[in-house]
Design a protein around this ligand. Structure first.
Ligand SMILES: Cc1ncc(COP(=O)(O)O)c(C=O)c1O
Ligand SMILES: Nc1c(O)cccc1C(=O)C[C@H](N)C(=O)O
Length: 410
């Protein structure tokens, strides 16, 4: 390879983010390129969680709702996360899952545009985004989903009956990244509301929710909140007085402990809280946010571009004869922090690679997906991953029968 492993080690030695790698637990011999699915464990997460269990739950019992601020965790954690997506204090609420957050954002958007009956969604959206919109439309009645095939088809879909548009900033399969400001301007210019799914952007680089109406995303990928960590929902302040989701639970009530018979929305973004916060799940997320508060996002983006570009170059150089096709945009400006290649035997290729300590994932029907979390992935990891992939393909190690057996979760 034109760039040697020694060159990569030199790049690692010069990397201003290198010190963060030691703040994460990464098993020896593992190159972990799946931070776009489940981020790594931060070193302080286990102790932080144990402390909440032993001191707060064990020591304070129900008093923890006041004494340890459990009741406000969705908002206090939202305020900590907000800068990472370009939002301000009081604009982000944390809780539930992204799927539930989409129900809340879409249902609120529909109520804000009652005369419009169409929801625009992309066929490339992550399936849960599509499923929950289908479920909403099926239950509410009188609404229609208009599917587009990619953002180029957006203008033609934006008729004056469109209430809202739901898109992902970064495509979970290809890693292609949209220009959120430009798309949001088009959608709002047509009188519709813009809802962004930021699952594959938050923590991958500095996001800017800017003029968006709503945004949702998960905290278990690049934000390292842990498996099943609570999701976030951003609501633009212009909607804080009027927006109401279909999920009107008591934690979104103006006075939850007045136990009134009728729902009255809380002021501001709190109205998007629904039920009891998952207190224990906030502990590892807040431990990770302690790290994010010390991170320079410009360095994160610069490193992400360098890592993904190097991976593309090394793989194309060393795997040229083996039928891989780059699916991610070549232009780094149009790319998130992920690189995907197509291969007809992608599934066994990925299984063989994982067997050699290089963890990516597979997305049907034929995509090999590699995520680069700049806080803990280095340039030597990129070299090792490309070298292992070339070996798996060159020696046809993926032909081993055991790599064809499908696991439940890919
Ligand atoms: C773009 C996108 N949206 C939503 C989800 C999932 O949401 P949930 O956390 O509700 O499973 C994922 C990943 O699982 C995703 O990649
Ligand atoms: N959310 C996941 C899960 O519950 C199980 C396994 C993987 C995931 C993921 O996050 C996958 C991820 N959203 C994707 O982009 O495919």
């Amino acid at each position: 390879m034109t760039i040697s492993r020694a060159d990569c080690l030199a790049l690692d030695a010069d990397d201003p983010l290198r010190r963060f790698r030691d703040e994460f637990v990464l098993p020896d011999g593992t190159v972990y390129l799946v931070g776009n699915s489940l981020g790594a464990l931060s070193r302080t997460a286990a102790a932080a969680t144990a402390r909440v269990v032993a001191e707060e739950w064990g020591g304070q019992l129900v008093g923890g709702w006041n004494a340890s601020g459990w009741f406000d965790l969705p908002l206090t954690t939202g305020d900590r996360l907000a800068p990472l997506i370009g939002a301000g204090p009081g604009q982000v609420v944390v809780g539930d899952t992204t799927s539930i957050a989409i129900v809340k954002a879409v249902s609120a958007a529909l109520r804000l545009r009652p005369e419009r009956r169409v929801i625009v969604s992309d066929t490339a959206n992550f399936p849960t985004d599509r499923y929950v919109v289908q479920g909403l439309v099926g239950s509410l009645g009188g609404y229609e989903i208009r599917d587009i095939d990619g953002p180029d088809a957006l203008d033609a879909a934006l008729s004056d009956d469109v209430a809202c548009v739901l898109l992902s900033e970064v495509d979970y399969r290809t890693g292609a990244r949209l220009d959120t400001a430009e798309v949001t301007a088009r959608v709002r210019g047509a009188g519709a509301l813009m809802i962004w799914d930021l699952c594959h952007s938050a923590g991958a680089y500095q996001v800017d929710v800017a003029e968006a109406d709503f945004a949702v995303g998960c905290t278990y990928k690049y934000l390292n909140g842990g498996p099943g960590a609570p999701a976030f929902l951003y609501a633009n302040p212009r909607h804080h007085a009027d927006a109401e989701s279909i999920l009107t639970g008591w934690h979104g009530h103006a006075a939850p402990f007045a136990f009134e018979p009728a729902y009255r929305p809380a002021e501001g973004v709190r109205r998007f809280s629904v039920g009891t916060p998952h207190v224990l799940s906030f502990a590892p997320l807040n431990a990770s946010l302690d790290i994010w508060e010390r991170v320079d996002m410009a360095q994160v983006r610069a490193k992400s571009v360098a890592l993904t570009s190097l991976f593309i170059d090394l793989v194309e150089e060393s795997c040229a004869p083996y039928g891989l096709e780059l699916v991610s945009p070549r232009d780094p400006e149009r790319r998130g922090s992920q690189v995907s290649f197509r291969h007809p035997d992608g599934y066994p290729v990925m299984r063989a690679l994982i067997d050699r300590g290089v963890h990516g994932d597979f997305r049907a029907p034929d995509l090999l997906r590699f995520g680069f979390a700049p806080l803990y992935i280095g340039f030597a990891d990129v070299h090792d991953a490309a070298t292992a992939l070339a070996e798996v393909l060159g020696k046809e190690l993926w032909r081993d029968e055991r790599y064809r057996r499908r696991l439940a979760v890919t």
